[in-house]
Design a protein around this ligand. Structure first.
Ligand code: MD3
Ligand code: FE
Length: 208
């Protein structure tokens, strides 16, 4: 007898649905608003072509992930438009990292991705860090999305699932370098953000 093929989740991927309750989610949104006031959202652009990504971004922490036509993908200590250092990572996210990362050092970068109803993120690997022993810790806020994870090769089979507001995903071990992306946003699936959309926060270690 053959059972229907359900692709296993990559080892090291931990899915913590509803990790943050509504009140904690609202607190995180307030913290993100304060970050955006200090470090405004910017439009990231693909290296060489300058094609804009559909998400808008900002960062907090000692380092932030940026990309533009001339400089390509990189981490840097200052905001690309204001030149200021990034604001600090909120305490609640530092506590989250301590609780779930199983890693000695604190996160060095927290990327803030904002998705409107039409935004998506193509299948990619996170490999601009030189510290793959630390996990990536992701927090979803606002509208649900259809999230896709594959394997270590671009062509490997993928699995899709919905991420909801308050969900946390920890990508460690063998899942740290798997291909992943966001295929679509489901507008109107959350009341957390006044004007809808989705926020994703990813905590990372950049240096070993
Ligand atoms: C990391 N963000 O910013 S986070 C990104 O929902 C990014 O905004 C997505 O991919 C977002 O680079 C996904 C969750 C995630 C899932 C799988 C991963 C991060 C991952 C696998 C390996 C490394
Ligand atoms: Fe990623």
């Amino acid at each position: 007898m053959t059972s229907p093929a359900v692709r296993p989740l990559p080892p090291g991927l931990r899915y913590l649905p509803g990790h943050f309750d509504r009140e904690a989610q609202a607190g995180l949104v307030e913290a993100v608003r304060a970050i955006v006031r200090d470090a405004p959202l910017f439009v990231p652009r693909m290296p060489k072509t300058g094609k804009p990504l559909s998400v808008r971004m900002t960062n907090c922490g000692p380092l932030g992930w940026v990309t533009d036509r001339e400089g390509g993908y990189r981490y840097q200590a200052h905001h690309p438009a204001t030149g200021n250092p990034w604001p600090a990572i909120p305490e609640s996210l530092l506590r989250l990292w301590q609780a779930v990362s199983d890693h000695a050092g604190p996160p060095e970068a927290c990327l803030v991705n904002f998705y409107d109803a039409d935004a998506r993120m193509g299948l990619h690997q996170d490999r601009d860090e030189s510290a793959f022993s630390a996990p990536v810790v992701s927090v979803s806020l606002g509208d649900q999305c259809l999230f896709r994870v594959g394997g270590l090769e671009r062509g490997d089979p993928t699995r899709s699932f919905r991420l909801s507001s308050g969900d946390v995903v920890v990508l460690g071990g063998e899942s740290r370098l798997v291909f992943h992306g966001v295929d679509r946003i489901y507008p109107g699936t959350s009341t957390l953000l006044k004007n809808g959309g989705r926020i994703n926060l990813t905590l990372r270690r950049v240096n070993p």
